[in-house]
Design a protein around this ligand. Structure first.
Ligand code: COA
Ligand code: AMP
Length: 637
């Protein structure tokens, strides 16, 4: 029997009491003056007046409790052939020494540190070292180009950047250092220092004075016995800033606090993921995304569980059995992955033959999130793994699942296509565009009644007005998620699409607006539109339509190549922008708004209603013809 219903009801009856009880699982330096202070912040703040340290709760307290020999971090890197294991005691040594190095470079409480790292354990050490000092980290995904890194450096104004000589993608080494140097050249807020991890695969030159060798500095600190104590911070102080795509090229700096974040993650590890301290949890994501923050770094460690840092891909490193090998080799109890990863594995090994080669005796549950899970993939995974497959829905802004199926409370029956039911803390509603509640089973805008629960973002870094205008203004009293979906008669949530210009490519959240800004900067382009076209593997792929300037007279495929290259250079390979098609005109409303939704439907081969406000319906035929000529209708690209 699932205890979900009674647990959700107990939260509804007494939200403050619910989180007060959950907070007993965290070690505080001083307790909260008010568990929830409605008068503080935009919609209230959790654990107001408390002081704490996130690193202490992730690392030191496990050592103090006598669990220093317990496994904390496993590094498994099929791209380098390395495996390394760190106990909580070793993790404490590494993190404390690195914090001492950072402090020596002038980093103190409240300072920002940008982390631009591949999937190596030092990325986790860096995050925890910042948390230890009360410094605010901002991790930037390694697949972003220098321009994107520069935008984030400029906004966060870090004192120090922590990076590595290179990242390793299948078949190629990516020199990070030149990308970092270029980003620093482009930014106005130059960091004082860069701490660079030299990787054997490819070393880099260090810039005198500015750059510090990570390993040398940490080794020196360890040899000298230099460590650092955990600096008390307010529960409401920022732990990190994580930039995520918004509707413009300027990313949004989502701020996460210390206290509420710990409480929510600890609760979730036990009740949603059903993990016990001492077990191994694996989120196959990247530290650059929110999943990496919550479920590679903080969640498992807060809980005293081990986490896996995996440097590889679901396929090709070396084969579609890699995930299953990691589960076996490290005794993984639960895996959290993006549906894309499962689709990639299914494509290579449709019969699941490789699954049978590995020992799954400790493996209990597969969790999926990050993008819509198609029922066929869930059914395949259920059948081949013979384990529950749990879809759950969340966003960078919330830091943990808004809807799911809490296995630790006893899972309720799965409905294919649904992301489960609202989690305690979330009062999820579906509203029409006028803000009225819609009937169960009706598609509408998904919103959450304020306040957001612990870990919910309190603001955007340097952009408090954008916080209000992007999230709080449209439906007063509610957080607008920008997702559209349905809640059915049984209370199951279905997430169907974004209501803004964000697309989801291989579980990566990308702004089509940002891509349009880049394409529009090409001298031969008059105007453009980017839409997310359905893709069998990655969920969506960006597809660009462009109109050239009068007299440009360019060869279409040559221009396409230039635009693809421009997006790689300005945003990064992660945008997966591969197709741009020339059209004579873009379809617009009479007020000049490009009808991207209609273009997307044409590209996906879906039926559509002629938009009432369309300026010239004949343009849609032109678009259809152009897409057809490029084989870009219906069948996934
Ligand atoms: N640093 C530098 N480049 C990176 C990178 C990184 N950390 N991560 C990805 N890239 C590059 C890739 O090399 C690729 O470049 P290419 O166009 O030159 O080949 C591009 O960005 C797109 O990468 P990716 O989305 O990983 O696509 P892929 O075709 O290499 O692999 C999958 C396909 C399905 C295997 C892969 O997308 C995948 O593992 N998806 C799951 C994603 C995930 O876990 N998301 C979590 C969000 S919760
Ligand atoms: P991010 O902030 O990068 O985690 O992306 C959040 C967005 O990913 C959400 O707003 C959704 O559009 C999408 N998303 C995340 N999880 C799911 C899911 N389980 N099902 C459907 N969409 C999802």
């Amino acid at each position: 029997m699932s205890r979900y219903a009674e647990t959700y009801a107990s939260w509804r009856a007494d939200p403050v009491g619910f989180w007060q009880q959950a907070a007993e699982q965290i070690d505080w330096f001083t307790p909260a003056k008010s568990v929830f202070n409605p008068a503080s912040g935009v919609y209230g703040r959790w654990f107001d007046g408390a002081t704490c340290n996130t690193c202490y709760n992730c690392v030191d307290r496990h050592v103090v409790a006598g669990n220093g020999d317990r496994l904390a971090v496993v590094y498994d890197s099929p791209v380098t052939g390395q495996v390394a294991r760190y106990t909580f005691g070793e993790l404490q040594d590494q993190v404390s020494a690195l914090a001492s190095v950072l402090r020596g470079l002038g980093v103190t409480k409240g300072d920002r540190v940008v982390i631009y790292m591949p999937m190596v354990p030092e990325a986790i050490f860096a995050m925890l070292a910042c948390a230890r000092l009360g410094a605010i980290h901002s991790v930037v995904f390694g697949g972003f180009a220098p321009q994107e890194l520069a935008t984030r450096i400029d906004d966060a104004a870090p004192k120090v950047v922590i990076s590595a000589s290179c990242g390793i993608e299948p078949g190629r080494v990516i020199a990070y250092k030149p990308l970092l140097d270029e980003a620093i050249d482009l930014s106005e807020n130059k960091p004082d220092h860069c701490v660079i991890l030299q990787r054997d695969t490819q070393l880099c030159d260090l810039t005198p004075v500015r750059d510090v060798d990570y390993a040398e500095a940490v080794e020196t600190a360890l040899a000298r016995g230099e460590g650092t104590e955990c600096v008390p911070v307010d529960a409401t102080d920022p732990l990190y800033i994580l930039y995520t795509s918004g509707t413009t090229g300027q990313p949004k700096g989502v701020v996460r606090d210390n206290g509420g974040h710990m409480v929510a993650l600890k609760w979730t590890m036990e009740h949603h993921y059903d993990i016990k301290p001492g077990e191994v949890f694996w989120a196959a994501s990247d530290v650059g995304w929110v999943v990496g923050h919550s479920w590679i770094c903080y969640g498992p460690l807060l809980h005293g569980a081990a986490t896996v840092v995996f440097e590889g891909k679901p396929v090709g490193t070396p084969d579609a059995g890699t995930f299953w090998r990691v589960i076996q080799d490290h005794g993984v109890a639960a895996l959290f992955a993006a549906p894309t990863a499962l689709r990639a594995i299914k494509k290579e090994d449709p019969k699941g033959t490789l699954i049978g080669e590995y020992d799954f005796s400790k493996f209990r549950t597969l969790f999926l999130a990050g993008e819509r899970s198609d029922p066929a993939t869930i059914e395949w995974a259920q059948e081949k793994l013979d384990r529950p497959v749990i879809d759950h829905w969340w966003q960078t802004e919330t830091g943990w699942a808004m809807s799911g199926n809490p296995v630790g409370l006893g899972a309720f029956p799965v409905k294919l296509g649904s992301t489960g039911k609202p989690m305690p803390g979330y009062d999820i509603r579906v509203l029409d565009d006028a803000g009225n509640a819609v009937a169960p089973g009706t598609l509408g805008n998904i919103v959450c009644k304020l306040p957001l629960p612990p870990a919910g973002f309190p603001t955007l870094w340097n952009a408090p007005d954008r916080f209000i205008s992007s999230y709080m203004a449209e439906y007063p009293g509610y957080y607008a998620t920008s997702d559209a979906g349905i809640i059915d008669e049984d209370g199951y949530v279905f997430i169907m699409a974004r209501t803004d210009d964000i697309i989801n490519v291989a579980g990566h959240r990308l702004s089509t607006g940002a891509m349009e800004e880049v394409i529009g900067s090409h001298p031969d382009i008059a105007e453009c539109a980017v839409v997310g076209k359905a893709d069998a593997l990655k969920g969506q792929m960006p597809l660009g339509l462009f109109v050239t300037n009068n007299g440009a007279n360019r060869d279409e495929s040559e221009l396409e190549r230039e635009l693809v290259q421009l997006i790689r250079a300005k945003i990064g390979a992660v945008a997966a922008f591969k197709h741009a098609i020339e059209v004579k005109r873009l379809p617009k409303t009479r007020s000049g708004k490009v009808l991207r939704g209609t273009v997307q439907k044409i590209a996906d081969g879906e039926s559509f209603k002629m938009p009432a406000a369309i300026d010239d319906p004949a343009i849609l035929d032109e678009i259809s013809a152009a897409l057809k000529a490029h084989n870009m209708i219906g069948e996934p690209v």
